[in-house]
Design a protein around this ligand. Structure first.
Ligand SMILES: O=C(O)C(=O)Cc1ccccc1
Length: 372
């Protein structure tokens, strides 16, 4: 039988998401102590699938899951998603009244999702993080102290706890999106989403804009874009992009080829059926002219920015020439030849491109200190 690993012990929201994903298929559910262990079990082959909480309606992304997908889980693919409505209850040993509670334990996400409610109803009570909501319930059941846990009804039942307060989440519509990972990609079909991880050169104005334009121009809807630190240096980011569609669809293939060309790193993390939500119909033409004009504006600005960079390089080169003639006909001919070949490769008129260069050359020569 197939096995799916999840953040345990029994009685977590992850367990419920895992059994929702299994549906009618026979599936063994294996609780593990951490998400790192879940990824390790899938990569090592001791389980078929793994479940990772990815995003909450109020709290946003789970950084750990995104970081695992970006930096650690090299050999896994996203194969599915489950969106689960989350209900948080306050659990305590029978006989412990609300007034006596001195400590509330839970998973960091659960505490964050109930912060206002707990501050209002349990002011001054210490909040302590645990590895999961069910682990918190276990700790509360085992202590003789008047502690409480934020957790599920199932965890209460498993540990003989009572529900001290029902629905303590701050948001009524509290939902979490979980991702299912496996070693192989799954079969793709209509209604699929695809998650891509990309890095762009943050120093070039408009680079992310142009990358996203690859999707916009083809009417491909993006359902999510999330940035995380690239973990190289401060200020560098990677982006998780969810799009409607999957590789194998011509527009998606074309867009992804464009994205590859415009990014410094690009990896498809997986294609999988979207949970519940219907797809947005494609609208490839209505905003085309507007989109193209906006791209033209960005491109023109980039040309000017590149000319400024080129001018600065000319100035710096001038300082090295130090008495030698500024013009170097051999080097100029070599540059022109290279640009001619590049223009042809890019499908441009080579005479026009070298003509532009000839137009600019006297200006750059002047910046180098004039013809010598
Ligand atoms: O601790 C759990 O129950 C989990 O599965 C993690 C979690 C915590 C809070 C909301 C969604 C998932």
């Amino acid at each position: 039988m197939e096995t799916i690993a999840y953040l345990g012990p029994e009685g977590t929201h992850s367990e419920e998401a895992a059994s929702r994903w299994a549906g009618d298929r026979p599936m063994l559910l294996r609780p593990l102590r951490s998400l790192v262990e879940v990824v390790g079990a899938v990569e090592g082959g001791s389980v078929d699938w793994g479940l990772l909480p990815a995003e909450n309606s109020g709290e946003g992304s789970l950084g750990l899951t995104l970081d695992l997908l970006a930096h650690q889980a090299d050999r896994v693919q996203i194969c599915g998603e489950v969106v689960l409505r989350i209900r948080h209850h306050l659990l305590a040993r029978p006989g412990v009244s609300r007034e006596r509670v001195t400590r509330i334990i839970s998973h960091s996400q659960a505490l964050a999702q109930c912060r206002e409610h707990l501050a209002r109803d349990f002011p001054g009570v210490e909040l302590v993080e645990s590895t999961s909501t069910a682990e918190a319930a276990r700790a509360v059941a085992q202590t003789g102290r008047p502690w409480a846990a934020v957790g599920t009804r199932k965890a209460a039942r498993l540990h003989g706890l009572s529900v001290l307060a029902e629905d303590v989440a701050d948001l009524k519509e509290n939902a979490t999106r979980f991702l299912v990972i496996g070693r192989r990609g799954c079969r793709t079909g209509p209604g699929d989403k695809t998650t891509v991880l990309v890095a762009v050169d943050g120093r070039r104005p408009g680079s992310l804009y142009r990358l996203l334009g690859e999707f916009a121009r083809r009417g491909i809807n993006l359902t999510r874009i999330e940035s995380r630190p690239a973990k190289t240096r401060l200020g560098e980011y990677i982006f998780f992009i969810d799009l409607e569609g999957h590789p194998g669809e011509p527009e998606v293939d074309e867009a992804l080829a464009g994205v590859r060309a415009r990014s410094s790193f690009c990896k498809i993390l997986g294609s999988y059926p979207a949970d519940g939500a219907s797809q947005t119909p494609r609208d490839p033409v209505s905003s085309d002219l507007e989109t193209i004009r906006a791209e033209i504006d960005v491109t023109d600005s980039q040309i000017v920015a590149l000319l400024a960079e080129r001018a600065e390089l000319a100035r710096r080169a001038g300082k090295f020439k130090d008495g030698r003639p500024v013009r170097d006909p051999e080097r100029e001919a070599e540059i022109k030849e290279r640009l001619r070949a590049l223009a042809v490769r890019k499908g441009l008129d080579a005479d026009i491109v070298t003509g532009v260069y000839e137009l600019l050359l006297p200006y750059f020569v002047e910046l180098q200190g004039g013809p010598g």
